[in-house]
Write a protein that binds this ligand. Structure first.
Ligand code: SAH
Length: 356
C-alpha cells in the first residue's frame, strides 16, 4: 500500500479533509493532529480518545512514518545520539540529537546525500540521492522529541526539543519548499509549537534561498557556510562559489539583514594551513567590517574541521584557531568556536555519510 500517505506529510487541513470523507467531525482531525504533534503518538491504535473502529480505519489508511532505523549510536556519555535511517527508496539519512543542561537540539537532514560537493564534507562524497519530503524532515524531529521525553538517563536538561537545526545531510535551500513546509508545520501553535527563533537553517550560500527566506514572516535563524574569504580559495573548497561568488553572497546577506533586522551567522570550518591563516581572518573582517559600509549584523562560528576518512586535510591546531579568533575579534567581529559534539561517533558537522 505504497500510496497510503505518511501522516507527517499531512497538514491539519488534509486531516480534516480525510476525516470529512469518512463523515467524521473536524474535532477528530484536531485530536489526530495533537496526537502526532503534542502527544507524539506513533501508533494510531494508541489514540485512546478514539473509538477502536476508527483507529483501525486510520491505521489501515495511513503510514505513521516512513524512516526505517538501521543503527543508533550514542556518544558524549549518552548525551549525543545519532540515528541512521533508510528511506523507502533505500537511500540513507541521518539525524543527531544533542542534549545539554539548558537545551536539546536536533540536527536534521533535508536531503539524502548532497549535490554541493564541498571538498571537506563527508556527505558530499555520496552525491545527491534524494530530496526529503516535509514528512521525512518532520519525522526526524518527532523521533528526537520522543527520545528526549522518554529518556531515563543523562542530563537534567529539558525533556522536549528546544532547537531544530537544519545542518544534517543535504542543502536545505536546494529543497526549499519541502523544507519550509516542515518548518511551518513544526512551528504551528496548534501542533508541535516550536518558536521560529528556535530553528536555524544552514546554507552553502544559495542566494535565491536567502532571498526567499528574507520574505518570510517567521523569523528563523540563518547560518551561511563561508569557510574562505577569497574567491579562489572558496571555489576550490566549495564549487557553489563559482555560481555565487563571495561579493554577491555578501550583498545578498546584507540585504537580508537590512530587510529582516536579523543577525546572520557565518560558519567557518578551520583547516590547518588551508584557510586558517590570520591573513584570511583579515580578509574576512574586510567583508564583515568594510571601511565604506555599515558593519554587517553578524556573528562568526569557527568550526575546527572534523575528520572525514580519505580526505587529505587536517584540522587546525588550537594555537591557530585562537590566533584566527583573535584576529577577527580585534576587528570587532563577534566570534565563537563551536563546541563539539559527536566526533567520537562520526555525528559531528560534516561527518554524516550514512555509515553507522
Ligand atoms: N548544506 C548546508 C547544511 C550543512 S550544515 C551547509 O553547507 O551549510 C553542516 C555544516 O558543517 C556546514 O557549515 C558545513 O560546511 C560544515 N562542515 C562540513 N564538513 C565539515 C567537517 N568535516 N568538519 C566540520 N564542519 C564541516
Amino acid at each position: 500500500m505504497a500510496d497510503r500517505p505518511n501522516v507527517y506529510d499531512l497538514s491539519l487541513a488534509d486531516c480534516v479533509a480525510l476525516l470529512q470523507e469518512w463523515g467524521e467531525p473536524a474535532y477528530r482531525a484536531r485530536q489526530w493532529y495533537q496526537h502526532c504533534y503534542r502527544h507524539l503518538t506513533v501508533d494510531p491504535l494508541q489514540m485512546t480518545d478514539w473509538p477502536v473502529r476508527l483507529r483501525e480505519r486510520l491505521a489501515a489508511a495511513t503510514r505513521w512514518g516512513v524512516l526505517r532505523e538501521v543503527a543508533l549510536v550514542t556518544g558524549d556519555n549518552g548525551e549525543t545520539r545519532k540515528v541512521a535511517w533508510t528511506l523507502p527508496d533505500g537511500s540513507p539519512l541521518e539525524t543527531v540529537l544533542m542534549r545539554y543542561p539548558d537545551r536539546a537540539t536536533v540536527c536534521v537532514s533535508s536531503q539524502s546525500g548532497c549535490p554541493m560537493q564541498c571538498v571537506f564534507c563527508a556527505t558530499g562524497k555520496l552525491g545527491f540521492l534524494h530530496d526529503c519530503s516535509p514528512g521525512e524532515i518532520i519525522e526526524q524531529v518527532i523521533w528526537a522529541a520522543r527520545t528526549v521525553r522518554d529518556a531515563t538517563t543523562g542530563t537534567a536538561g529539558p525533556r522536549r526539543v528546544t532547537n531544530v537545526v537544519f545542518m544534517g545531510m543535504g542543502e536545505p535551500f536546494n529543497n526549499f519548499d519541502a523544507w519550509w513546509t516542515a518548518v511551518e508545520r513544526l512551528h504551528d501553535p496548534a501542533g508541535f509549537n516550536l518558536g521560529a527563533r528556535n530553528f536555524t537553517v544552514s546554507t552553502v550560500g544559495l542566494i535565491p534561498g536567502i532571498e526567499r527566506l528574507a520574505t518570510k514572516s517567521l523569523p528563523v535563524n540563518l547560518a551561511v557556510s563561508l569557510h574562505a574569504a577569497d574567491d579562489e580559495l572558496r571555489s576550490a573548497m566549495m564549487p557553489v562559489n563559482k555560481r555565487y561568488p563571495i561579493a554577491d553572497l555578501m550583498a545578498a546577506v546584507r540585504s537580508y539583514t537590512t530587510q529582516t533586522r536579523r543577525r546572520v551567522s557565518f560558519e567557518y570550518v578551520l583547516l590547518q594551513e588551508k584557510n586558517d591563516d590570520p591573513v584570511q581572518a583579515e580578509r574576512l573582517a574586510d567583508w564583515l567590517r568594510p571601511a565604506d559600509a555599515e558593519p554587517l549584523l553578524c556573528h562568526v562560528n569557527l568550526i575546527p574541521w572534523n575528520p572525514v576518512p580519505g580526505t587529505p586535510l587536517s584540522r587546525s591546531n588550537r594555537r591557530r584557531v585562537t590566533a584566527f579568533q583573535n584576529a577577527l575579534q580585534a576587528r570587532g567581529v563577534p566570534c565563537t568556536v563551536r563546541i563539539e559534539r559527536g566526533v567520537d561517533i562520526a555525528a559531528a558537522c560534516g561527518q554524516l555519510a550514512g555509515r553507522p
